[in-house]
Design a protein around this ligand. Structure first.
Ligand code: ADP
Length: 635
């Protein structure tokens, strides 16, 4: 016998379980049956190549009123001593981890008591036993091994490990029920919980039931409590919505209803049945690096193969949960080579087409539902638009953005943008930046606003990256307003161009440009009069292939030493400041103040587009000095 301490997080979790006020404690049985079924799936998979492991698979529930215990037993894969320590002493399960993270978060936010309903939402696996038991004993023998192991704990600091006299492969979890949880010894209670949560479990969940016959004599009957019907093989009309819901919850670990259910039966080059669900919301931790979904289960002719088949569905659709049951793949396939199997590629293609088809339909017919979906999973759609070349067009049609002329929060598709374009507008304009407020005040969009054009607002860092693969849409180029000029056809453009041309031909203008080029030669690659600005005095623009200012900010955030691209300083000839500067250069070309003014002109152009400036303190000092003049004038 040996005493081992639980990992700190487990101690914390167990403490919660023991003192839980969660109203739905019955889910402990769902969790234990799911573990038993997984263990059988693993053993059955092994038996495909190693017939010695084969069994009449079953999960058995045994209530013992005298001892006050409830045991859940399986003849699955079992656990070795090391596995017991690893699995029942630390936290392996992602749902449990997510639960704890959520707990830590709510503590930080000062909520005195974590919401106990979260337990059901995340599913806390094996440890849920301690909501109803004050002692749990696990006897387990790993398939193929000789020594069985006994794990025992009252859920406090430690657990005990020792030998077990179990002789057959598999695991028995025995719960010593708390005094006030003895309801779980009652047959009707047990069978109704199994029916409710575990009906579709493929393996029989059995219980020896005692009944009184008509003469009052006790008889026993071994009964299978679940229907075991593979829900994805049953005709849709025969399955109740609650059954689909329970199955979805079982697979995805989410609560509530799925957003969309897809029943899919493919014939022809690839034969399979699929039952897929799209969730309403992002599961907890979905965006975390390396997060794995494990929600799409691959079966081959009703035999569970894996919940981690790479290539079964594209990465970007990892929010899809469900079951794919193939009739073409060989049962003895190795999990390692699965992803290279051409059948998997065919299934992938068919599933992708179907899911994208459903989304297009939703966008067309149920706008609000789609918008809600997009708010949750828009990033994944963008990821697809960038990477999935074969479905590029479909994915581009599913993209949505806010726009300059639209209301904040309102999303528009590219198609809608194009349809609303005035006839003389030839290109699609966009601007990238941190937030809408940022973008709305950017000098880059002034002339577009004045011309009555719309501009797509892109405020997700991944937009920049996605744009690389959308050079054009519907035959129209996508251009950043930080580089673009207005279409020459527009009246506003002609006027502005004219002003810029005039200014640069005049002597005063030429002198100003020459002076600024000289003073800012380390900072900008060119200075010129702008045919774009209507309100601001200046802006910084780039050449076609320069990264946008937002992209440069992202690059700098990732790498302090990232290359700095010199920009072009554009001046608004009609702005009073530029007019005044022209005069100053004309009058005293060597005025010592000119250097400072040139730098400020450059800095405020950076600030206006949301880029950082090299020396904010110096800028503030200079601004204060200028303000003093302004204030004095008011006195
Ligand atoms: P989860 O099952 O979600 O991973 P649990 O905390 O319920 O999380 O279980 C942790 C691990 O313990 C499982 O992943 C599995 O490896 C192992 N385990 C639990 N129950 C059994 C069982 N009946 N047979 C074999 N292994 C089991």
């Amino acid at each position: 016998m040996e005493n081992l301490r639980f990992q700190t997080e487990v101690r914390e979790l167990l403490h919660m379980m023991i003192h839980s006020v969660y109203s739905n404690k019955e889910i402990f049985l769902r969790e234990l049956i799911a573990n038993a079924a997984d263990a059988i799936d693993k053993a059955r998979f092994l038996s495909l190549t190693n017939p010695e492991v084969a069994q009449d698979w079953e999960i058995r529930i045994t209530p013992d009123s005298e001892a006050g215990t409830l045991s859940i037993s399986d003849n699955g894969i079992g656990m070795s001593r090391e596995e017991v320590i690893e699995n029942l002493g630390t936290i392996a399960h992602s749902g449990t981890k997510a639960f704890l993270e959520n707990l830590a978060k709510s503590k930080k936010e000062g909520e005195a008591q974590a919401n106990p309903e979260l337990i059901g939402q995340f599913g806390v696996g094996f440890y849920a036993s301690f909501m109803v038991a004050d002692k749990v004993v696990v006897d387990t023998l790993k398939a193929g091994e000789k020594e069985a192991v006994r794990w025992e704990s009252s859920g406090e600091e430690e657990f005990t490990l020792g030998p077990s006299d179990r002789k057959t492969q598999g695991t028995t979890v025995t719960l010593h029920l708390k005094a006030d949880e003895k309801q779980y010894l009652e047959q009707w209670r047990i069978s109704s919980i199994v029916k409710k949560y575990s009906d579709f479990i493929e393996h029989p969940v059995k219980m020896l039931e005692t009944r009184k016959d008509k003469d009052g004599k006790e008889t026993t009957e071994d009964r299978t409590l679940n229907s075991q019907k593979a829900i994805w093989l049953r005709p849709e009309s025969e399955v109740k919505p609650e059954e689909y819901e329970a199955f979805y919850q079982h697979l995805s670990g989410n609560m509530g209803k799925p957003l969309v259910r897809i029943n899919f039966s493919a014939e022809g080059t690839s034969e399979f049945k699929a039952l897929l669900f799209l969730p309403e919301r992002k599961p907890w931790g979905f965006e975390m690096p390396g997060a794995k979904a494990h929600n799409l289960h691959l079966y081959i002719r009703r035999v569970f193969i894996t919940d981690d088949c790479k290539g079964l569905i594209p990465e970007y659709l990892r929010f899809v949960s469900g079951v794919v049951d193939s009739s073409d793949l060989p049962l003895n396939i190795s999990r390692e080579t699965l992803q290279d199997n051409p059948q998997i590629a065919k299934i992938n293609k068919a599933l992708t087409k179907r899911v994208l088809g459903e989304l297009s339909k939703m966008l067309e017919n149920e706008r609000e539902k789609y918008t809600n979906f997009y708010q949750e999973f828009g990033r994944q759609i963008k990821e697809g638009a960038h990477g999935d070349y074969s479905n590029r067009e479909k994915l581009q049609n599913l993209l949505m953005y806010e726009t300059m002329n639209g209301k904040p929060g309102e999303l528009h598709t590219l198609k809608e943008y194009v349809t609303a374009m005035p006839s003389e507008q030839k290109e699609i304009y966009y601007i990238t930046g941190e937030t809408r407020a940022f973008l709305e005040n950017s000098p880059h969009i002034e002339s577009f606003r004045k011309a009555g054009y719309d501009v797509l607002f892109m405020s997700d860092p991944i937009d920049e990256w996605v744009l690389e693969s959308i050079p054009e849409f519907d035959g129209k180029k996508l251009v950043s307003v930080s580089k673009a000029k207005l279409d020459n056809e527009s009246k506003v453009a002609k006027e502005l161009e004219e002003n810029a041309k005039k200014a640069s031909e005049e002597k005063g203008g030429k002198d100003l440009i020459g002076k600024l080029k000289e003073l800012l030669k380390d900072k900008v690659k060119d200075v010129k009069f702008s045919g774009v600005l209507t309100e601001s005095a200046s802006r910084l623009s780039g050449d076609d292939y320069d990264p946008s200012p937002y992209m440069q900010r992202i690059m700098k955030a990732l790498d302090k030493n990232a290359q700095t691209f010199k920009r072009i300083l554009e001046l608004n000839p009609a702005h009073p400041l530029i007019e005044a500067l022209t005069k100053l250069v004309e009058k005293s070309p060597d005025n010592p103040k000119l250097g400072e003014f040139a730098e400020m002109l450059y800095d405020q152009a950076l600030l206006a587009e949301g880029s950082p400036i090299a020396d904010p303190a110096l800028f503030a000092k200079r601004a204060a000095a200028l303000m003093t003049l302004g204030v004095e004038k008011e006195i």
